[in-house]
Every structure is written in C-alpha cells, then in structure tokens.
Write a protein that binds this ligand. Structure first.
Ligand code: S3P
Length: 169
C-alpha cells in the first residue's frame, strides 16, 4: 500500500516525478491542479485566479485535499501552495500518506517557469521569490523526506522515494 504525496514549489518537478512513479508503482496519479480545474468548471488554474480570485482557488484546493484523505495506492502531485493550510496536509497525510518534498533553488525553478503564463503566482519574479522564502519553513515542516530535485535525475529521485517506501521492483 503506498500513498505518496509530492510537495514543493512551482517548477520543482512534482508532476514529472509523479508520472514516472505512477508507472513504476502502477498506481494512478492525481494532479491536484487538474482536479481543482475540473471541480471549478473553468478551463484552467489561471482562469480560476482571474475570475474568482486566489481565495476561491484555495477553497477548491482544500476540497480536493479532503477528498483524498482516505485514498490509497495513489501518487498525489500537489500544487505548490497546498502547504498554506494545515488541514490540507493533514488530509493528505491521513491513511499512511508519506510526504516527499522536491526542493530546487529559486534560480532553478525561476528558469523553469520563465515565460510560462500558466502559473499566476510566478508572473512577478520578486513576488515569487518572496513566496519561495516564506514557504520554505512550511515545506520543511510537512516533509517526511526532502530530495534535491535540481541535482538528481527523475529516475534517481524515484529510486530514492521507492527505497524509502521499501518498494523493491
Ligand atoms: C500554486 C502552484 C500551482 C497552482 C497554483 C498556485 C502555488 O501548482 O496550484 O498556480 O501557490 O504555489 P504547481 O506547483 O503545480 O505549479
């Protein structure tokens, strides 16, 4: 039984690692941002922020986190702000959820986000840097294990996670 929760800042590699882990474990992957968009009835995260504001987005995010409390055999790729509400993390950690933090330096995630319009909170670089610094203690607080996603390949990150789960392919 594995319930794997990937947390980390925008651009830290959660979605890529989640996809690969899902293949390796033969578990479905839940992309929280996609589930939020589905619930909203709008076409994208950017549209939710633009039309309804960040607070509405956070409420949808919390509803999705709650819906995953009893899930098992799943890989959850969270949005970078999921750690801003304790309840979200309590729901995600329920039922044996193990939380892995993918960490990369700000300059690395900034380069990955350059020119992307899909992340409303990354449009302003200096605001993004402030968020990055403000969130660091929250990520550290919830992580069962932290992996450096700037210096490690996707397969290597997955091996690290699998060995922590005691999974032998
Ligand atoms: C956000 C991160 C995004 C998305 C939304 C808000 C954040 O997810 O949930 O734009 O507050 O850090 P990714 O981390 O998948 O980009």
């Amino acid at each position: 039984m594995a319930k794997v929760i990937l947390i980390g800042f925008m651009g830290s590699g959660k979605s890529t690692v989640a996809r690969r882990l899902g293949e390796l474990l033969a578990h479905p992957v839940v992309e929280m941002d996609e589930a939020i968009v589905e619930r909203s009835g709008l076409p994208s995260v950017a549209e939710i922020f633009a039309q309804r504001g960040e607070a509405a987005f956070r409420d949808l995010e919390s509803a999705v986190a709650e819906s995953l409390a009893a899930a098992s055999d799943v890989i959850v790729s969270t949005g970078g702000g999921v750690v801003t509400r304790d309840r979200n993390m309590e729901h995600l950690r329920a039922n044996g959820g193990k939380v892995f933090l993918l960490h990369a330096p700000f300059d690395t995630v900034a380069a990955r986000n350059a020119g992307l319009e899909t992340r409303p909170l990354f449009r302003d670089g200096s605001r993004a840097r402030q968020l990055f610094e403000a969130r660091a203690p929250l990520y550290a607080r919830w992580a069962d294990e932290t992996l450096d996603s700037a210096s490690r390949s996707v397969d290597d990150l997955c091996s690290g996670i699998l060995s922590r789960l005691n999974f032998r392919p």
